[in-house]
Design a binder for this molecule. Structure first.
Ligand SMILES: [Zn+2]
Ligand SMILES: [Zn+2]
Length: 259
């Protein structure tokens, strides 16, 4: 059994063909997927998917790349997280690649999410790009370790992974580990203990090899698991079993197959 810990099934590339995506999940034995919110405007679509399909779960949050959206408050996040299938707060974090050098609103939004997650005792889904020092500092500052969570689509160094693990976070690898030029990241994926690891697609983006450049979908998380198994010289079953158990534990999701 496999789990996709991070997808955007409501994005236009996938929203019109959710049933097909669920069929590929079944075919590849992907039993659960966490659909991630990026704005409060689209959150109702994410929640609706989670309400309609037993194998889909939801998060609530405002992504750090979205500059032109209303300021989100702790109260709003806490209220929207109060739903049996909303199992995480995010995605949130810092992205100094898209927003060059970051900005005060981005850091403030991140703090708001951590405070909300602590208030509702739900784990965080953290997006960190070219901003490791500030991300880890704010996580420490705001005591993100109280709720823990996941560093999604991790592309940092082993040192950064270790720092996040020390704060109680899991490290999630995406299809990037299958990309030809991702030698350094593959090295990190060899070092992170399997017990601290999740896998994800971040679909519709970042389709793994051999689908690179095509529309990604949750069923393709199998190729991420296969690459991790190859790198660590363990079986696909072991990677699948341990990363799925990590997911169920972190997000408090029932592990029985729901489809
Ligand atoms: Zn992200
Ligand atoms: Zn995402």
């Amino acid at each position: 059994m496999l789990v996709d810990s991070h997808c955007h099934l409501n994005f236009p590339e996938l929203a019109g063909r959710v049933d097909e995506a669920l069929a590929l999940m079944r075919e590849n034995r992907v039993t659960h997927a966490l659909c991630i919110s990026v704005t409060l405007q689209e959150f109702p679509q994410v929640r609706a998917l989670a309400e309609r399909y037993p194998q889909i779960y939801a998060s609530v949050g405002v992504h750090p790349d979205y500059a032109d959206v209303p300021v989100v408050t702790e109260q709003e996040l806490v209220a929207l997280a109060d739903h049996p299938k909303v199992v995480a707060v995010g995605e949130t974090g810092l992205d100094y690649y898209r927003i060059k050098g970051g900005s005060d609103w981005q850091r403030e939004r991140f703090r708001t999410h951590i405070r909300a997650a602590r208030r509702c005792a739900k784990p965080l889904v953290i997006h960190m790009r070219d901003a490791a020092d500030d991300t880890l500092r704010i996580m420490q500052d705001e005591r993100a370790g109280e709720v823990g969570g996941v560093m999604h689509c991790f592309t940092g160094s082993w040192k950064e992974a270790q720092a996040a693990i020390e704060l109680g976070f899991l490290i999630s690898f995406s299809g990037i580990v299958t990309f030809k030029n991702a030698t350094a990241l593959r090295e990190v994926a060899r070092q992170v203990p399997l017990e601290r690891m999740l896998i994800e697609t971040d679909s519709p983006f970042l389709a793994p090899v051999p689908y690179r450049g095509k529309t990604n979908e949750p069923g393709l998380v199998r190729y991420v698991a296969e690459e991790i198994a190859r790198l660590r010289q363990v079986s696909l079953e072991e990677v699948a079993g341990v990363t799925s158990a990590n997911f169920f534990r972190l997000f408090g999701v029932e592990s029985h197959a729901t489809q």
